[in-house]
Write a protein that binds this ligand. Structure first.
Ligand code: PXP
Length: 248
């Protein structure tokens, strides 16, 4: 691996909202698998899809097709439930990101309480890891949550960037500092650090510049921007923003 590629920040493109648009009419168009293949051509290093309990966007058939057709890693986001565990163990995606899930929420709100939920989450981490799946926990940028993730043997954490993206001015800077500190803490603790939620061209730069972060997962903004510029162009522009921000 060259020094350049070792430092390269990976981009995981989340195709959930391609499925949201498809499901608005109940047919097959637009197909999230076609979007995933296009995303890879445009520079995505991996594809992320969240199979929610209520199947509001990605379906079981989408996961099956993504597993069959993708040549890049699939990161399956899921809640820590028996149903989802069985699905993950059947498909064995490259990675599983455990996320909190509430039926009434519009999107994933906040990170997992890994510290408070240790006894519930630890068996999911070990069963998925035993099956060769790389497990990450979607958590807030908080050393307590990072310690909990490490103590249950998760190799990866994904830091929630939603509040940082929504904040403005000094509040945004303070939240960015928390993400920077948490990424350094994760790195020193031997955890691979990812980040995501709410990232856009405007907010991605400072997060992409954090050297301890290895991967960003981005979906909603890219799918929305695709309406104006096309999906491939939105991904290429995000890739350029990430590369421009990354310290060499
Ligand atoms: N990471 C996680 C764990 C998520 O749940 C989501 C949303 O599904 C994302 C990243 C991507 O967030 P967005 O769609 O806002 O870019």
């Amino acid at each position: 691996m060259t020094p350049r590629s070792r430092n390269r920040l990976r981009l995981g493109v989340n195709v959930d909202h391609v499925a949201t648009v498809r499901n608005a009419r109940g047919g097959a168009h637009p197909d999230p698998v076609r979007a995933a293949l296009l995303a890879v051509e445009a520079g995505a290093d991996g594809i992320t899809a969240h199979l929610r309990e209520d199947r509001r966007h990605i379906s079981d058939a989408d996961i099956e097709a993504l597993m069959r057709d993708l040549a890049v890693p699939l990161n399956l986001e899921m809640a820590a439930t028996a149903e989802m565990l069985a699905i993950a163990l059947r498909h064995k995606p490259h990675a599983v990101c455990l996320v909190p899930e509430k039926r009434q929420e519009r999107t994933t709100e906040g990170g997992l309480d890994a510290a408070g939920g240790h006894n519930h989450l630890a068996p999911f981490v070990s069963k998925l890891s035993d099956a060769g799946i790389r497990v990450s926990l979607f958590i807030e940028a908080d050393p307590r949550q990072l310690d909990a993730a490490r103590s249950m043997g998760a190799p990866v954490v994904e830091l929630h960037t939603g509040s940082y993206c929504e904040a403005e001015g000094a509040a945004r800077s303070a939240l960015l500092k928390r993400i920077e500190d948490a990424a350094a803490y994760a790195h020193n603790a031997g955890l691979e650090c990812h980040a995501g939620h709410g990232l856009s061209y405007e907010t991605v730069g400072p997060v992409a510049a954090i050297p301890a972060i290895a991967e960003l997962n981005i979906g909603h903004f890219l799918v929305g921007e695709a309406i104006f510029t096309g999906f491939a162009a939105s991904i290429r522009r995000m890739r350029e923003a990430m590369d421009a921000a990354r310290p060499r």
